[in-house]
Design a protein. Structure first.
Length: 283
């Protein structure tokens, strides 16, 4: 009875965190559209997010539907199945689409935004982010080459195709580690979070907490805590997101509360300033 209740709670947490994380992708492009400008935010965040969530989508698909990968996983984890859920796959696919929409707002002529917002600092993908993307491709390629060359017969002790999937999923971890930093630094440089939506951060925070709780419940139900280490991406995504969400909350509500920042020229149009409070809608 208790196990059935926990399974229901786990499923509920899963879809609620997917809803929260999915909704968190809407406030920023909506804020950009309402202000008719991307000033105050950077293209690095959504650009590298596309790459990271594409890797997450591929790994979730493999763990859910690939007989080879599921067999390799069982060989390494006492015959158990991966703790990846369908809601993880749905979330990853949705994230890729919304990040593409957000990136498109930085492309001249697509949305007709203010030129300053589309050509200023942060309007182009930085060389650091491009280097991380290229390096990730090389890393996955090297792991795949090792697996193909070695042909180890035992996936439990040798190299197997699940290692390629893990390498792809680790790309998402790397992306999550670095993707927030450009925006954190932009807020610090501007001494303001204006133009950066706090609503997406609050939703992201709730989603991160529920994601970790679901992973813990699933591992408890399997009576094997290797379900957590066997799904390192989900664990890392939740913890890293929570860490950076707290940084953004401190910036928005404590350090730079009510400050407009230096990146906005006097008289720049911002429709959200008219009748909006200094909270989730304005940032």
């Amino acid at each position: 009875m208790a196990a059935s209740l926990l399974a229901i709670i786990s499923g509920s947490f899963g879809w609620i965190y997917v809803l929260c994380w999915s909704l968190s992708f809407y406030p920023q492009p909506f804020l950009n559209y309402t202000r008719r400008s991307t000033t105050g935010t950077t293209v690095d965040f959504p650009a590298i997010n596309i790459f990271g969530f594409l890797g997450y989508f591929i790994s979730c698909t493999a763990f859910l539907y690939s007989p080879q990968i599921r067999s390799d996983y069982a060989a390494r984890h006492h015959g158990l199945t991966p703790t990846v859920q369908l809601n993880d796959l749905v979330f990853a696919a949705h994230a890729v689409v919304l990040c593409m929409v957000c990136v498109s707002q930085f492309i001249p002529g697509v949305w007709g935004f203010d030129k300053k917002g589309r050509t200023g600092l942060g309007a182009r993908v930085s060389s650091t982010i491009m280097g991380i993307i290229i390096g990730s491709f090389l890393g996955v390629g090297i792991v795949s080459l090792i697996v193909a060359v070695r042909h180890d017969p035992d996936p439990a002790s040798g190299w197997a195709w699940i290692d390629t999937i893990y390498a792809i999923s680790y790309v998402k971890i790397v992306v999550t580690l670095v993707k927030y930093m450009p925006q954190v630094l932009t807020n610090y440089r501007n001494k303001s979070t204006h133009g950066w939506s706090i609503a997406q951060i609050l939703l992201d925070f709730v989603g991160g907490v529920l994601s970790i709780l679901q992973l813990g419940i699933d591992s408890y139900l399997q009576r094997d805590w290797s379900g957590i280490t066997g799904n390192p991406v989900k664990l890392a995504l939740g913890n890293i997101s929570i860490f950076f969400d707290l940084i953004f909350m401190i910036q928005h509500y404590c350090l730079y509360r009510g400050k407009r920042g230096t990146s906005f020229s006097e008289g720049e149009e911002d429709s959200l300033l008219n009748g909006a409070t200094n909270g989730d809608a304005e940032t």
